[in-house]
Design a protein. Sequence first.
Length: 289
Amino acid sequence: MKEILLSNIASIVLFVAIIIITFFVAYLFNKFFKRVIKRSTQEIDADPTNYKFLNYLISALIYIIGFSLAIYTVPALRAIANSMLAGAGILALAIGLASQQALGNIVSGIFIIIFKPFRINDRLKLKDNLAGIVEDITLRHTVIRDFENKRIIIPNSVISNEVITNSDFGGDKIIRWIDFGISYDSNVKKAKAIMCEEILKHPLHVDPRTPEAIANGDPKAVARVISLGDSSVNLRAWAWAANAPDAFVLGCDLLESIKERFDAEGISIPFPHRTIVYKNEEKEVEEND
C-alpha cells in the first residue's frame, strides 16, 4: 500500500515537473525567437514573417509534446489515453469534423508563408474597403492594422481566398497619379510644364527611369492630356515615390502646390455653374405685357 502511494506521489511530481519544464522551455524558446525577430527587423529589407510563423508553430509543438509526456507519466491518465487510442479512428473522425475550420486556417497559414502573397509590414487592400498594414500572421489568423490604428482580424482560410491589392508586392516603389482639369481657354502646355516642375521640386519624388530610358533622354516627370471633358481639359501627371507612405504625402503636397501655381500663373480650374429660372416671375412679366 505504501509503495503504491509513493508511486502515485512520484507520478504526480513527475507530471507537475514535466508541465513546469514545458512552460519553461516554451518561454526560453519564445524569448530566443523574439531576439531573432528583433535582429532581423533591424536589417535592411528584412522580412520577419517566416520567423514569427515558425515561432508559433514550434511553440505549439512544444506544448503538445510536453503535455503528452506529462499525461503518459500518470498511470490513471495513461489508461484513459490508451482507451482513447483504441478508438482512435472514431476519435480522429470526430476531431476532424469538429476542427475542420481550425485545421483549414493552419493549412492556409502555412501556404501563405510558403507562397508569400503578402508579408508582415506589407500594405494590403481587401474588399469592403478594408485596408492596412500586415502586423502578424499566426497559426489561425492574420492581423492587419488599419490607418486608424485599429486591428482587423481575418482567418487565414478567408484571406487566402480573397482578391487583395498588395502595394509592396514585387517592389516598394509606387506611382501616384496627379489629376487636374483646366478650362478650355487655359494654356495646356504651360499647365503641363507647371505640373512637371512641381513634381521634380518635391523631395519625395524618385526617378522612375530605367538605364535605357535615361540613355534615350526620357524626362523624369511626364504630364499628358488624358481626356476632353464637358467643361475641362483633363490632365494627368505621373509622380513616383519610394513607398506607399511617401506616395500619399507626395500626392497631397502636389495637389496643393500645383493648385497654388495654377492660381499664380493664370491657369483656371473650371467648376460647375447653375442657372436658376423663376417661372412665376416670367408669368407675371407676360401678363403685364
